[in-house]
Design a protein around this ligand. Structure first.
Ligand SMILES: CC(C)(COP(=O)(O)OP(=O)(O)OC[C@H]1O[C@@H](n2cnc3c(N)ncnc32)[C@H](O)[C@@H]1OP(=O)(O)O)[C@@H](O)C(=O)NCCC(=O)NCCS
Length: 198
């Protein structure tokens, strides 16, 4: 059954081995902005460059407002450490509106996932844990059939995470993403429900 006609199965917060993925709260602004104002974090993520506080506020407001939507299709979640709730990063699972035929991103899959971690947490396997958790959420809780993700072709760490989570590289688009003033090549990864071993 299409996602849009079902009541949303929430199942939040999501638990990973070492992390919890929970809904944002108003008091997360400072943590979220310390993440997105880091130029290394934002390096490959359009529109490019460290985000201004007003950009982060807009992101947080959207995350908060969409928590109330039914069916809920935008799951922007804070990633926190299990023991003490320390903020690790930001992640998203975005389900497309199947009734919006003009949004051609549905050709890539019913939903996409993405994850963005504070630099001090890189290289410890956290993003792989998050990707697996978001895929499990998409398939088991939301009943999705196919999920995609994309990253800049030079974002080697992100490519590796998507592969480790079981996604396959299916596309290399030429100069389809504008990053600052430069047209970049994204790699598109996909996974179908039956392929998941998460
Ligand atoms: C991309 C990102 C999420 C990865 O997070 P992470 O927690 O460090 O990822 P993991 O530790 O789970 O896995 C990283 C993998 O990439 C590999 N890797 C990292 N940098 C690499 C490089 N320059 N060359 C080759 N491999 C690299 C690591 O060795 C590891 O693979 P392994 O387990 O086989 O050794 C993190 O760097 C980040 O938040 N970047 C900024 C935001 C971003 O670009 N997000 C992705 C959006 S598409």
């Amino acid at each position: 059954m299409p996602v849009s006609s079902e009541p949303v199965a929430l199942g939040l917060p999501l638990e990973a081995d070492r992390l919890v993925l929970r809904d944002y709260r108003e008091d997360d602004l400072e943590s979220l902005h310390s993440l997105w104002s880091d130029s290394d974090v934002a390096k490959f993520i359009p529109p490019k460059g460290p985000r201004k506080e007003e950009d982060t506020k807009r992101l947080l407001l959207k995350a908060l407002a969409t928590q109330l939507e039914r069916p809920r299709r935008y799951f922007r979640l804070a990633i926190v450490l299990k023991p003490d709730g320390e903020f690790v990063g930001d992640c998203v699972c975005r389900v497309h509106d199947p009734d919006n035929k003009e949004d051609l991103t549905h050709l890539l899959g019913e939903a996409y996932i993405g994850f963005f971690l504070h630099r001090r947490f890189w290289g410890q396997g956290y993003a792989t844990e998050i990707a697996r958790t978001l895929l499990r959420f998409g398939f088991e809780e939301l009943g999705l059939h196919r999920i995609f993700a994309w990253c800049d072709r030079e974002n080697v760490a992100s490519s590796r995470v998507l592969e480790k989570a079981g996604m396959k590289q299916e596309g290399h688009f030429r100069e389809s993403v504008l990053l600052g003033d430069e047209w970049r090549d994204p790699l598109v990864y996909g996974i179908i429900r039956d392929e998941t071993k998460v």
